[in-house]
Ligand binder design. Structure first.
Ligand SMILES: Nc1nc2c(c(=O)[nH]1)N[C@H]1C(S)=C(S)[C@@H](COP(=O)(O)OP(=O)(O)OC[C@H]3O[C@@H](n4cnc5c(=O)[nH]c(N)nc54)[C@H](O)[C@@H]3O)O[C@H]1N2
Ligand SMILES: Nc1nc2c(c(=O)[nH]1)N[C@H]1C(S)=C(S)[C@@H](COP(=O)(O)OP(=O)(O)OC[C@H]3O[C@@H](n4cnc5c(=O)[nH]c(N)nc54)[C@H](O)[C@@H]3O)O[C@H]1N2
Ligand code: SF4
Ligand SMILES: [Mo]
Length: 744
């Protein structure tokens, strides 16, 4: 039931003077809105509820949406400012075609012309080089409906196996590990379990900056006396408040986690009943860590041995506990092993399937969870089914009304597609919601590949840095211009409502894909009149899969403030907590331990490149920055990439904050201002990756992939750092913002 908005007094009583305190008169006071639309933030996987204020066909501001239970009105700086992007003058309003003579390299063309060109190029390339020589890249800022549609479009419209998505750079290591160990890929617990945990272990996640709303859940656990452990090479804002900080060397997480398992076994801090009744493979996993002593683990991770023992004690002797991990664990050539080593800790101590327990990944992009279930991964069909499994293929073929043989097999993953383009094996590409030139490792290589394409088509609402390499750019729709669903970090499907129509001649993404399919002569598979119809087919296609949405309807999702999958029948309440009673999703109901042995990152430091580089995010920017670099107040908070350097390394280099440093790896070199901070290991530097061109951190990163998940190793490269010419003033607004965020 909708609750009345909280009064000003209630708000202050509840949250204190908060960053997102409502200013007198409300947000955007003075701007008159015609209507308000309840929807969700377009950015991260928290999917905060937000109420957009709309005037005519423009989003003019927002109000907090207190009734949405996940965030209860709270938003981070990106959510607060997101509404400003729609009106940006760079917004694409017409289709564009490459034209060297035109200003900016593109001329405006009609939709008919642009679509004819796209279809003619697809036909020409596929006729000459085979269907798989035309690839597609997708993204999980797209709703479930669009993710599902892209999967079907690539397989039955383009008839190519080579479709993959940007989640491949993000959460796939967790996806592979979750399926292997638990049989299902979703956070084990709803976030309402976090405050019930006696110990919260945050590994490789910068919660305060990247999942800001999760901070309040952790604080609520702290209010109950919970202990907080953080493992990160940087003292992140959340880590400043930790009981135990494990400042490990980048790329050594599996050594840390296997050592913790060793200590759990050595001290018998184990849940034997749980291990016996609900798991298989414990003895092998325990044997694999027999020699992972605290001294050994300390040598590899650089974390004092007694701290590792203390982490094991806190985790192993607490009745309840939640382990949250994100890209610091997953962005590695052993990302899957890292996650498996975390899951082992949960299984060994029985921390699954009950209140206050779970090992869960914090999803990344807005629809990072839903988008990895609906079938636009190279190895997957809807319902998180496996494209190589004959039964799974048959189930989907029946819903699609096609022969099973018409569904192509497993294709190349995202980075592999780019490598195949570089090698001349893939000749054509259509991308939607992906900016590979900024986000893939080794920028020079990616840019070179894109320029080798015979044809590159892009669907985006801004001319992203990748779109600048395109032959045709089709203006698609912004989040608030279309209706559908998305699935948040908790596995909760939620309703995205359209506030406005696409401006100018921009079109809704799904309408563009349908039109291309029609022109390819494949329209009979795509007779959708609305995204609602796509949803109805999607839930049917997911039926019986692990990610089962069959029982959900848009109406129910909206009325119930979201439904947690699996939800197999219309009367089913949804499943907030997985694995209750210790029943896992493998056919025998048991979870699997995996034997993990530490192995080093693909690239390690040496005399020539003696410093570890790790990359990631800042609170005010989002991913490749296409959107947030166009939102002035966010740019102001952190205008350009800074290289975080420890004072000890800075002194050795003779560098102070604002001095320009040159950072060089085996792939490339960049110069940027230093920011001298005590919150990083002295052997490691950190660069946020939200900027393109000469400011791109990915100029330096390594293309090495995890053999199982095919995720690139964004979190570890070896670099050399030198003092360069010049100095700039570094306005450290980020610190002030975080201080505000940390205030209660
Ligand atoms: N502000 C903001 N929020 C975002 C996003 C954004 O771009 N900006 N993006 C969203 C998306 S798509 C994602 S994937 C998430 C990412 O969310 P996070 O994974 O939390 O963010 P990152 O900054 O990529 O990395 C997290 C932490 O890993 C640490 N780290 C680096 N190397 C290692 C290592 O080897 N081991 C360990 N244990 N830690 C390491 C870094 O120091 C960093 O603090 O955020 C989402 N939210
Ligand atoms: N070095 C380094 N590299 C990294 C990472 C890191 O930590 N370090 N993190 C990785 C991670 S976790 C991720 S998730 C990737 C993200 O990498 P990308 O997916 O490349 O990042 P985005 O900025 O989301 O790019 C999406 C593009 O789609 C557009 N877009 C957004 N929403 C929509 C929509 O609804 N419709 C259409 N048509 N277009 C849309 C945006 O304008 C943008 O141009 O980057 C990865 N790269
Ligand atoms: S936490 Fe994520 S979903 Fe919530 S307002 Fe910030 S960016 Fe948006
Ligand atoms: Mo991500």
């Amino acid at each position: 039931m909708a609750k009345p908005p909280l009064t000003e007094e209630e708000l202050i009583a509840r949250y204190g003077p908060h960053l997102n305190e409502t200013p007198p008169g409300g947000w955007n006071a003075g701007v008159e809105a015609d209507r308000e639309v309840n929807t969700h933030c377009c950015f991260c996987g928290q999917q905060c509820g937000i109420r957009l204020k709309v005037k005519d066909n423009e989003v003019v501001g927002f109000e907090p949406w207190y009734e949405f239970p996940f965030n209860e009105g709270k938003l981070c700086p990106k959510g607060v400012k997101r509404y400003l992007q729609g009106g940006h003058p760079d917004r694409l309003l017409e289709p564009l075609e490459r034209d060297g003579a035109a200003p900016g390299g593109f001329r405006t063309v009609s939709w008919d012309h642009a679509l004819d060109r796209v279809v003619a190029e697809i036909r020409r390339i596929q006729r000459t080089h085979g269907n798989d020589s035309f690839a597609m890249l997708s993204g999980v800022s797209l709703t479930n409906e669009k993710s599902y549609l892209v999967g079907k479009f690539a397989r039955l419209g383009l008839q190519t196996a080579n479709l993959d998505y940007n989640g491949r750079l993000c959460m796939v290591s967790a996806g592979v590990a979750n399926k292997k160990a638990l049989g299902m890929d979703r956070a084990a617990n709803p976030w309402s379990d976090i405050p019930l945990a006696d110990v919260v272990f945050v590994a490789g996640a910068n919660v305060a900056e990247c999942a800001p709303i999760t901070t309040s859940y952790i604080w609520r656990a702290r209010d109950r006396g919970a202990k907080l452990i953080v493992a990160d090479p940087r003292v992140t804002p959340l880590a400043r408040t930790a009981d135990l900080f494990l400042g490990l060397r980048p790329g050594t997480d599996s050594a840390l986690m296997t050592t913790i398992l060793h200590v759990l076994v050595a001290n018998d801090w184990l849940d034997h009943g749980f291990i016996d009744d609900h798991t298989v493979g414990f003895d092998e996993a325990a044997a694999a860590v027999a020699d992972c002593t605290p001294e050994w683990g300390s040598g590899i991770t650089g974390v004092p041995a007694d701290r590792i023992v203390e982490a094991a004690r806190l985790w192993g002797t607490s009745a309840t506990g939640i382990l949250l991990h994100a890209r610091g664990i997953e962005h590695h050539t052993k990302g899957v092993e890292n996650v498996l080593s975390c899951i082992n800790l949960g299984l060994a101590t029985g921390k699954y399937g009950k209140p206050g327990c779970g090992v869960s990944t914090i999803t990344g992009q807005g629809n990072g969870q839903g988008g990895r279930e609906q079938g636009h991964k190279c190895d997957q069909l809807p319902g998180n089914r496996d494209i190589t499994n004959p039964e799974h293929r048959a189930a989907v073929a029946e819903v699609w009304g096609c022969d099973v043989e018409e569904i192509p097999g497993k294709g190349l993953s995202a980075e592999e597609i780019v490598e195949a383009i570089h090698a001349g094996e893939v000749k054509g590409l259509l991308s939607i919601c992906f900016n590979p030139v900024v986000s893939l490792p080794d920028t020079a290589f990616t840019a070179e590949a894109l320029d080798r394409l015979e044809f590159y088509g892009v669907i985006d609402f801004f001319l992203s840095e990748s779109a600048q390499h395109a032959d045709v750019v089709l203006p698609g729709s912004l989040h608030e211009e279309d209706e559908g669903t998305s699935t948040s970090v908790e596995g909760r499907a939620i309703k995205i409502n359209a506030a406005i129509d696409p401006p100018g001649n921009a079109r809704r993404d799904w309408e563009i894909l349908l039109e291309i399919a029609r022109r390819l002569g494949r329209g009979s598979y795509f007779e959708f009149g609305s995204t609602h119809e796509i949803f109805d087919e999607m839930r049917a296609a997911s039926r019986g899969g692990t990610a089962d949405y069959y029982g959900m309807t848009w109406e129910r999702i909206e009325a119930e403030h979201g439904i947690f999958w699996p939800c197999p029948t219309e009367g089913h309440p949804g499943t907030p907590r997985l694995y209750e009673g210790g029943v896992f999703a493998h056919p025998d109901g048991k979870a699997r331990f995996h034997s993990v042995r530490y192995r080093p990152p693909a690239e390690v430091v040496d005399d020539e490149y003696p410093i570890w580089l790790t990359t990631g995010r800042v609170v005010s920017q989002y991913l490749s920055g296409t959107q947030t670099r166009r939102i002035g107040p966010l740019v102001e908070q952190y205008p350009e990439p800074l290289c975080e350097i420890h004072p000890r390394l800075a002194t050795r280099l003779g560098v102070e904050t604002g001095d320009i440093v040159r950072v060089t790896s085996r792939r490339g070199s960049m110069t940027l201002p230093a920011r001298v901070v005590e919150s990083i290991r002295p052997d490691t530097v950190f660069i946020p990756y939200h900027w393109p061109g000469r400011q791109a951190a990915n100029q330096l990163t390594n293309r090495a992939l995890d053999p199982m998940s095919k995720i690139p190793e964004s979190k570890v490269s070896a670099v050399r750092v030198e003092k360069a010419e010049g100095h700039v003033e570094v306005a450290d607004r980020r610190v002030t913002t975080l201080e505000k965020l940390g205030r209660r």
